[in-house]
Design a protein around this ligand. Structure first.
Ligand SMILES: C[S@@+](CC[C@H](N)C(=O)[O-])C[C@H]1O[C@@H](n2cnc3c(N)ncnc32)[C@H](O)[C@@H]1O
Ligand code: SF4
Ligand code: SF4
Length: 457
């Protein structure tokens, strides 16, 4: 994990100020109580470790980013923070974001993914060979994997389709799409009513906003690694639908000429329909639930935010490194021994509120005591979770920008041999079984870099 200017939550220590002196300001650090949490890290954590539509608990909410990104990704969010002014600011920011909407101006097209090879959907091939298994195998609990956008629902229903929760329902006792005939051919093929959610289906946007071919298409018979057409031609109708004919042609010309990844502009609304369809496919409730912030001391989190949560996600105070308020309950006002007692209690309650077979993610960073020794926040966090009944499952290192760190630490290094720090630790815990927790989180699109430069086919 490597990030540019921002860190997980940009605590002074993690922005390179690593010597325990009073922090006097820095690039992305506001210095006024709220550090900036990385929205990309949020997106990864939610899509990888929280079931779609799941509920997130954040015992040290701080700023609004974790709540806003959760809502945008169809997750419910409850954040607890001691400071009423911070909660008021978060609510204000959410109101602004909710008003602004989320138009997607441009997306990156993955050239490697667009060049994966497929047979192409011609009727003879469907009749004799693939039987359009893409429409048939797309069965999942709650309907087939064909999403019907609200704007398409009336037309589909007029044709006898049944739509529940945005998903097309199979006929009683059958699998797959009800509009598929015995040969596998689509009875809606030449009609306006064919849902965007199946025409555009070979492609999706991954969490980095890159257009890729869905993993599941690589398990179809028509995926032909060394023959066949590149996906951008085999699924030309999808590209046209997402980008419009002119932009689609520009993409194709670029790829045919051997070009690499490129930026392209989807038709107005197309990217958000794609994203919304994905949320439905992954079982998320399409209606965005507003994030909720609760003012209070997380020592009472079980009473303040009762419920059963699908993910615990937070960035706690790093001891007394940053002071958030004068409140005696504020963990940043406690000495290290008191801090650990209060911190362990909050972690224990948060793990108690987590459903079985679910993940918890804490972003933490080491900092130094007055003697310059590391406090051990990372091992203490691991101990607190383990003692609460969760197990360390992953550790990722979030690399933050080096910036002016070498200059700032250079001199002190000679006299102290203290290394500057340009990372934070993303600790992932699991309560129960990691396998079951992963299952609960559903399918995840993994962007595979295809190294074969099989251009010009
Ligand atoms: C590290 S900050 C979170 C920063 C956050 N990552 C962000 O992006 O703004 C920790 C937060 O914990 C809050 N806090 C400290 N002690 C608390 C307590 N006992 N209960 C609830 N919140 C507390 C502080 O007010 C602060 O906003
Ligand atoms: S995507 Fe593949 S399986 Fe589906 S109809 Fe086309 S060729 Fe057949
Ligand atoms: S509408 Fe047609 S193309 Fe879409 S899933 Fe159903 S049968 Fe397949």
């Amino acid at each position: 994990m490597e990030r540019g200017n921002h860190s997980g939550c940009l605590h002074p220590a993690s922005s390179g100020h690593d010597f325990g002196e009073e922090y006097t300001g820095g690039d992305a650090w506001g210095g006024e109580g709220t550090s900036i949490f990385d929205p990309v890290l949020c997106e990864l954590v939610y899509t990888w470790f929280c079931p779609p539509g799941g509920l997130v608990l954040d015992p040290f909410a701080g700023g609004s980013v974790r709540g806003i990104v959760a809502a945008k990704l169809g997750r419910g969010y409850v954040g607890v923070d001691l400071r009423p002014e911070q909660v008021a600011a978060n609510e204000h920011q959410w109101a602004e974001v909710a008003r602004a909407g989320d138009g997607v101006a441009s997306v990156k097209v993955s050239a490697a993914s667009a060049r994966l090879r497929f047979h192409g959907c011609d009727p003879d091939y469907i009749r004799t060979t693939c039987h359009a298994s893409c429409c048939r195998s797309s069965q999942r609990q709650g309907g087939c994997l064909v999403t019907v956008h609200p704007s398409e629902q009336a037309a589909i229903e007029q044709l006898g389709g049944v739509v529940e929760g945005g998903l097309l329902q199979p006929r009683d006792g059958e699998h797959g799409c009800p509009f598929q005939d015995a040969d596998g051919l689509c009875s809606l093929h030449d009609t306006e009513a064919k849902p965007f959610g199946c025409i555009a289906s070979p492609f999706t946007l991954n969490t980095n906003g890159t257009l890729i071919v869905r993993n599941r298409y690589k398990s179809l018979k028509c995926y032909q690694k060394n023959q066949g057409m590149p996906a951008y031609r085999a699924f030309r109708a999808s590209i046209d639908l997402i980008f419009g004919e002119n932009e689609a042609q520009r993409i194709i010309d670029h790829l045919e000429a051997g070009g690499g990844d490129m930026m392209a502009t989807p038709l107005p609304g197309a990217a958000s329909v794609l994203l919304e369809n994905d949320r439905i496919k992954h079982g998320a409730n399409v209606t965005v639930t507003a994030p909720r912030w609760v003012v209070g001391d997380s020592a009472n989190i079980s009473a303040l935010a009762p419920g059963e949560y699908d993910l615990v996600f937070s960035c706690p105070p790093y001891g007394d490194l940053e002071k958030y308020s004068e409140d005696p309950a504020d963990l940043s006002n406690l000495d290290w021994a008191e801090f650990l007692v209060a911190y362990r209690n909050i972690v224990a309650q948060a793990v108690g509120l987590l459903k079985p077979d679910r993940f918890a993610v804490f972003v933490v960073g080491e900092f130094r005591d007055k003697q310059g020794n590391y406090r051990g926040l990372v091992p203490e966090t691991v101990r607190a979770f383990e003692d609460a009944g969760a197990h360390l499952y992953n550790e990722a290192i979030l690399v933050t920008a080096v910036g002016s760190l070498p200059i700032r630490v250079g001199k002190a290094f000679c006299s102290s041999r203290k290394l500057g720090k340009t990372h934070q630790n993303v600790l992932v815990f699991v309560k129960g079984s990691g396998k079951k927790a992963a299952q609960a989180c559903g399918e995840v699109e993994v962007y595979e870099q295809d190294q074969t430069q099989d251009v010009g086919a």
